[in-house]
Design a protein around this ligand. Structure first.
Ligand code: ATP
Length: 475
C-alpha cells in the first residue's frame, strides 16, 4: 500500500474511532455505500452546511433558500431527462458476476500504466464515451486485456446502460400505486418552484435559489468511503440569468466558488478546475472543482451552465408557462441557469482529509506523537474544551461557570478525567481549536491557560476574555 493509501485507511479508522462516521446498520454487517454520522461528524457536517448556506443566502441579497421534498411527481424525471438519460455504461464480468462502471474500470487500469500510456488510454476512453460508442469501449477493454479484480479473467459481457435512480411505490393499494423516484439531485425541486419563488419573493433576474438536501443514486461501484454513496446530501444553487449572459455568469460563479473553498484556508495547490469533456444532456459548459484527496484529484463540486433546458422541459411537460418578464428590456423569456452543485459528504471528506495530520513530537528524552485534526475553527465540532486541573478545590465549579457563559455562543466540552496532556490529545483528535485549563491561580488572579491546537502554544489570559478569543476565531 502507498503512503497515501495508508493515510486514507488511517483517516477512515479515525472517523470511526472518534465518532465522526459509522457504517450504516453496522451491527448487521453494514449496508454498502451508506453511512451514518456520529456525534462529532453530525456537528462538523452541520457546520459545513451552515457555512455554505450563509455564504449563499445571507451574503447574497439576490439568493434565497428553499427546502423541497425528496418525492416529486414522476413526470419531473421524464422532463428532466433522468428517466431516459441518467445512466452509466456498465460491464459485467461473466465469471465473478461483478459489475463495473466502464469509466472506473478503465481509469483503474490506466493508473497501473506508465503515465504517458495511462493518459493515452484515458484520452481514447473519453473519445468513445463522448460518442456513446459502447462497442468501442468494450473493444478498448479487451485490447488492453483489462481484468476483473475478483475473477482475474477478461470474460466480459457487452457494455450496457444502467439507470441510477431508485424507485418506490406511492399509494397503499397496489392497483393505485404509482412508481415514483427518490430524487437523484436536488436541482429539480428548485426548477419546479421557479415561478413560486420568483413571484412570492418578487425576485428579479439575475437571482438564485439555493437548497440543501438528500439525493439518492444507485451507484454501482461504491468505493472510497463517503466519497461515493448511495444516499448523500447536496448543496445546490441555481442562478437564473438573462439569455446570452450565461457565459459571463458561469465565469463569475467559477471564481466565486473557488474563493469559497479557499476561504477555509486550504492550500490552493490542492485544488484545480477540470473542464468536462463529455457535457451532460442539459449543459453548454461545465467544469469540476477537484481536490487532491489521498487517492488523487477528484471532483468535489460541479459548476454547470444548464442553459434554459430544465425550465423549458418543465414548461413542455406541465403545459404551464414558465417565463419571466424582464422589465428592463421589456421582454418575456425562459431564463438561462448557472448551477453550482457541491456534495456535502464529499466536502466533509475533503475537510477531514485536509485537516488530518500525524505528528511526531518526540524529544531526545521522550517518544511522543499526536494525531491532530487541523479543522478550520469555524467548522470544528467543539470550539472550546474546559479542564479543571483537579477535581477539587472548587476548580470544577469554576470550569462550569465558564462553560455556562460560553455555551450559548458555541459548542463547549467539559472534561476532568486523566492528565491534562491526555485531555489535550483527545481534543486534538477531534479538532477542538482551544482548550482552557482552570487551576489554583485562576482562583487567585482570574487568569487561565489557553492552549492553541495547531501550535500547541499556551498562554495565560484573563478568564473574562476567553469567550471573545474563541468568538473572534470562529466568526
Ligand atoms: P461523479 O462523476 O463523481 O459521479 P457527478 O458528476 O455525477 O459525480 P453531479 O451530478 O455533478 O456529480 O453532482 C454534484 C455533486 O454531488 C458532485 O460534485 C459530488 O460532490 C456530489 N455527488 C454526486 N454523486 C455522489 C455520490 N454518489 N456520493 C456522494 N456525493 C456525490
Amino acid at each position: 500500500m502507498s503512503t497515501d493509501q495508508n493515510k486514507f485507511q488511517a483517516i477512515i479508522s479515525h472517523c470511526k474511532e472518534y465518532g465522526f462516521v459509522f457504517q450504516s446498520s453496522e451491527i448487521y454487517d453494514g449496508l454498502s455505500a451508506v453511512y451514518d454520522y456520529g456525534q462529532y461528524g453530525a456537528e462538523l457536517k452541520k457546520n459545513i452546511k451552515d457555512y455554505w448556506w450563509k455564504s449563499m443566502t445571507q451574503l447574497h441579497e439576490n439568493i434565497v433558500g428553499i427546502d423541497a421534498a425528496i418525492f416529486m411527481h414522476p413526470t419531473t424525471w421524464k422532463a428532466s431527462g433522468h428517466v431516459d438519460n441518467f445512466s452509466d455504461p456498465m460491464i459485467d464480468n461473466r465469471d465473478s458476476n461483478k459489475r463495473y462502471r466502464v469509466d472506473h474500470l478503465i481509469e483503474g487500469h490506466a493508473e497501473t500504466l506508465p503515465e504517458a500510456a495511462g493518459n493515452a488510454l484515458l484520452a481514447q476512453m473519453d473519445e468513445l464515451l463522448k460518442e456513446n460508442d459502447f462497442a468501442g469501449l468494450k473493444s478498448l477493454i479487451e485490447e488492453n486485456k483489462i481484468k476483473c479484480s475478483v475473477s482475474g479473467t477478461v470474460n466480459w459481457t457487452e457494455v450496457r446502460q444502467f439507470n441510477l435512480m431508485f424507485s418506490t411505490q406511492l399509494g397503499s393499494v397496489t392497483e393505485e400505486a404509482s412508481e415514483i423516484f427518490l430524487r437523484p439531485e436536488t436541482a429539480q425541486g428548485i426548477f419546479v418552484n421557479f415561478l413560486n419563488v420568483q413571484k412570492t419573493g418578487r425576485m428579479k433576474v439575475p437571482f438564485g435559489i439555493a437548497q440543501i438536501g438528500k439525493a439518492f443514486r444507485n451507484e454501482i461501484v461504491a468505493r472510497q468511503f463517503i466519497f461515493r454513496m448511495r444516499e448523500f446530501e447536496q448543496m445546490e444553487m441555481q442562478f437564473f440569468v438573462r439569455p446570452g449572459t450565461q457565459q459571463e455568469w458561469y465565469e463569475k460563479w467559477k471564481e466565486e466558488r473557488m474563493q469559497w473553498h479557499l476561504s477555509l484556508g486550504t492550500d490552493p495547490a490542492k485544488y484545480h478546475f477540470k473542464d468536462h469533456i463529455k457535457l451532460a444532456h442539459y449543459a453548454d459548459a461545465a467544469v469540476d472543482i477537484e481536490y487532491e484527496f489521498p487517492f488523487g484529484f477528484k471532483e468535489v463540486e460541479g459548476i454547470h451552465s444548464r442553459t434554459d433546458f430544465d425550465l423549458k422541459q418543465h414548461q413542455e411537460y406541465s403545459k404551464k408557462k414558465i417565463q419571466y418578464f424582464d422589465t428592463e428590456i421589456n421582454q418575456n423569456y425562459v431564463p438561462y441557469v448557472i448551477e453550482t452543485s457541491i456534495g456535502l459528504d464529499r466536502m466533509f471528506l475533503l475537510t477531514i482529509c485536509n485537516a488530518y495530520e500525524e505528528q511526531d513530537l518526540s524529544t531526545p528524552e521522550k517518544q511522543d506523537s499526536r494525531v491532530v485534526l487541523k479543522l478550520p475553527a469555524k467548522l470544528a465540532p467543539v470550539k472550546l474544551a474546559v479542564f479543571p486541573l483537579t477535581k477539587k478545590d472548587g476548580l470544577p465549579e469554576a470550569a462550569k461557570i465558564l462553560i455556562d457563559e460560553c455555551k450559548k455562543f458555541f459548542h463547549c466540552y467539559y472534561e476532568e478525567k486523566d492528565s491534562i496532556g491526555k485531555r489535550y490529545r483527545r481534543q486534538d483528535a477531534i479538532g477542538t481549536p482551544f482548550c482552557v485549563t482552570i487551576d489554583h491561580q485562576t482562583k487567585e488572579d482570574g487568569t487561565v491557560t489557553i492552549r492553541h491546537r495547531d501550535s500547541m502554544e499556551q498562554e495565560r489570559v484573563p478568564l473574562s476574555e476567553v469567550r471573545n478569543i474563541v468568538l473572534n476565531k470562529i466568526m
